[in-house]
Design a protein around this ligand. Structure first.
Ligand SMILES: [Zn+2]
Ligand SMILES: [Zn+2]
Length: 171
């Protein structure tokens, strides 16, 4: 369990504190499928408590992942970067979900649910990924297939025009 103890921050409102955490994520969930989380989340966190005793968490979260491209199905390793901004208020009632009653919060739970909620639903190996040919399944990033090439028969009345255009206007 990774906890953030912030009694000191509670005593000096608005003063910022920084720290770094390595947080194991709960990866036993469908949200990550077909992607794989390769290691702990690395969190660079800045936090402070405001004059209303709300705890502000601001951090950069880095999660090493093995992704499956949504378009071409290839796998690739990449860090997922997320910007975490959460406010944890003092507990007023039992219904308050993200709240505290002691000056300590379960950072692993906060970060795990944050990553789950913000995990990208579509990931591309490259923003210009060409994907797979819908006819023959060729990965168009690796090679070209014949499917997309227009076949111009000799009997096509526009054959001359199409062929000349293809050759750069030569006749
Ligand atoms: Zn791709
Ligand atoms: Zn094809």
């Amino acid at each position: 369990m990774v906890e953030l103890e912030f009694a000191q921050a509670l005593e000096v409102p608005n003063q910022k504190f920084s720290c770094t955490f390595n947080i194991p994520l709960d990866v036993q969930t469908d949200v990550f499928i077909p992607h794989i989380v390769l290691g702990n989340a690395n969190v660079n966190l800045t936090y402070f408590v405001d004059y209303d005793s709300n705890l502000h968490l601001n951090g950069n979260v880095r999660v090493p992942c093995k992704f499956v491209c949504d378009r071409c199905g290839s796998t690739f390793e990449k860090n997922l970067f997320l910007e975490l901004n959460e406010i944890v208020s003092p507990k007023m009632s039992e219904e308050d979900e993200l709240s505290y009653d002691m000056p300590v919060v379960a950072l692993d739970e906060i970060v795990s649910s944050f990553v789950l909620i913000n995990f990208p639903s579509k990931v591309l190996c490259n923003e210009n990924c060409k994907g797979l040919c819908s006819k023959c399944g060729t990965n168009l990033n690796d090679s070209e297939c014949e499917c997309s090439k227009i076949k111009i028969g000799k009997n096509n009345p526009f054959a001359d025009l199409l062929n000349s255009e293809k050759l750069g206007g030569k006749k």
